[in-house]
Design a protein around this ligand. Structure first.
Ligand SMILES: Nc1ncnc2c1ncn2[C@@H]1O[C@H](COP(=O)(O)OP(=O)(O)OP(=O)(O)O)[C@@H](O)[C@H]1O
Ligand SMILES: [Mg+2]
Length: 497
């Protein structure tokens, strides 16, 4: 490591209407260092990195690059200074190809002749291969899975000459294997002298990858520690300001009759004769590798995709579902993994998003005594601890984890009999994760059945009563959680017996 810091941020302050997002934050980065940034949802991590990458202008404080004071005017300027960022929420143009996205906005594209096209293709192909992905440069982004789209974001950032590479939750949608590839790439880049800022809520990743960890809480700088000298418990304490006891606070609810019965669900080429049930008070975890068809199954049940066969019964009543509206009416809720495109309307307020799916259900809402919409909204904001200055705040201004809580609030407001949760805690900090688990407990205690799709096996094992495992659109296993373990699940997920 170099003695002179590559980057020195001091006393960075940033205020949004009603929110002091950064209150004098310090952050430094050495060449070749992997420096993790840790903090609860809304702590200010993304904001600090947006200041560094020119997306936001700081109100006060200083930034030095290689000992030189700089004022970063906009994202282009940041790029020219060698600062690259992979944003938390995907920022691709869905209609364009992978290659076009990678080179978007660069002069090269404007004057595109055959030669440039060929060299771009080659460069794109090279980066994608380096990332260990088989994505074709001419694939249309909207046709890729979220994990693949994340890979394209990473490819885009790697296509620049970067001295500082910021990764804001890059692995949230990646499989274990893709994450391993990414880690080896990050280590290579660091070995070549690039300074890496790495934001993740997955603490194991920080321990595996980082040299130092800086913790933020409520917009304030809490401290910086050397990774080898710290512990999980110390970090959690710095982060939440108190000790956290149980990671998975699963409470077992009385199990009732079937609230969701799926029989022989078929979607040609995607889902093959899937049958299972979820009972009242039960959490059924759905494990599988990316591409196993879990999200597709959820979408088919919810009427978001057409099916070619099968029946769906909700609480003993056969449901005819040909659209999400039918599913909501039947008593099914779906919390999607892709909150930006399916879960939320970012340009609407927190309150509008919460009541959106409830339609005329506000009056039958059982969690609050009143029937008043405003009361419902503020109740949801309180009980889910959504960090927002008020119900009028636009959802796009909330931090990633708090957006996820709005998605949950929205579905709770529809009062579902069965709730499908697709990666419910992705990108959510440990404190908020525990809050979401408590919400699941509250729901099962009131007789809701939960179908929880998750790629985090500890979460599947920690929160489910029963575990389903999918592989290539087929249901490979249906077992009580007591008999399940990581090895068994992985064996089924890989297609074994
Ligand atoms: N453009 C904006 N307008 C208003 N408030 C904002 C804006 N951007 C961020 N905030 C607020 O600033 C605070 C910090 O948000 P930030 O996105 O930096 O958190 P974070 O640490 O990245 O959280 P997460 O882990 O959930 O992604 C939050 O309270 C957020 O609502
Ligand atoms: Mg963030």
């Amino acid at each position: 490591m170099n003695s002179k810091a590559l980057l020195e941020m001091k006393g960075i302050t940033k205020e949004f209407p009603g929110v002091k997002a950064l209150k004098g934050v310090d952050f430094s980065l050495e060449a070749g260092e992997i420096h993790a940034l840790l903090g609860e949802n809304g702590a200010g991590k993304s904001t600090l990195m947006k200041v560094l990458s020119g997306v936001y202008q700081k109100d006060a404080g200083s930034i030095e690059l290689d000992g030189q004071a700089v004022e970063i005017a906009d994202p282009r300027h940041a790029q020219a200074l060698g600062i690259g960022i992979i944003h938390q929420e995907l920022n691709l143009v869905p209609e364009l190809t992978v290659m076009e996205n990678i080179f978007l906005g660069r002069e090269l594209v404007m004057t595109l002749g055959f030669i440039e096209w060929k060299s771009m293709w080659k460069q794109a192909q090279e980066i994608l291969t380096r990332l260990g992905s088989g994505i074709a440069p001419d694939a249309i982004v909207s046709e890729l899975s979220i994990g693949e789209q994340q890979m394209v974001e990473i490819a885009k950032a790697l296509s620049y000459e970067t001295k500082i590479l910021i990764m804001d939750e890059p692995t949230a949608a990646l499989t274990g294997r893709e994450t391993e590839h990414l880690f080896s790439i990050i280590r290579q880049l660091a070995a070549a002298g690039v300074g890496i800022v790495y934001i993740s809520h997955r603490m194991e990743e920080l321990f595996a990858l980082s040299n130092r960890i800086t913790v933020m809480r409520d917009g304030a700088y809490i401290g910086t520690v050397k990774t080898i000298e710290t512990t999980f418990d110390q970090l959690v304490k710095m982060m939440v300001g108190r000790e956290m006891t149980v990671r998975f606070p699963k409470e077992t609810a009385p199990i009732g009759s079937e609230v969701l019965t799926v029989e022989n669900l078929v979607r040609k080429g995607v889902l093959h004769n899937i049958s299972f049930s979820v009972r009242a008070g039960e959490v059924v975890g759905v494990a599988g590798l990316m591409g196993a068809g879990r999200t597709e199954m959820a979408r088919a049940i919810f009427g978001a995709d057409p099916i070619d066969g099968g029946t769906i019964t909700v609480a003993g009543k056969k449901a005819t579902i040909s659209s999400p509206a039918d599913a909501i009416r039947a008593g099914i809720g779906l919390i999607t993994e892709d909150r930006k495109h399916q879960g939320l309307v970012l340009s609407l307020s927190v309150g509008e998003n919460i009541t959106m799916a409830a339609l005329d259900k506000v009056s039958t809402y059982t969690f609050v005594s009143g029937t008043d919409e405003q009361k419902l909204i503020s109740q949801q904001i309180d009980s889910l601890k959504i960090r927002t200055p008020g119900a009028e705040q636009l959802v796009k201004n909330l931090s990633g984890g708090n957006q996820q809580k709005v998605v949950i609030a929205k579905w709770l407001a529809t009062n579902p009999k069965v709730l499908i949760m697709d990666e419910p805690t992705r990108g959510v900090d440990v404190g908020a994760k525990a809050e979401i688990y408590q919400i699941m407990n509250m729901l099962t205690a009131s007789g809701v059945g939960i179908l929880m799709i998750s790629s985090e096996l500890p979460e599947i094992l920690g929160m489910s009563d029963r575990v389903l495992v999918m592989h290539q659109g087929k249901l490979m296993a249906d077992m009580p959680v007591d008999g399940a373990n990581q090895e068994k699940i992985m064996a089924y997920a890989a297609g074994g017996e």
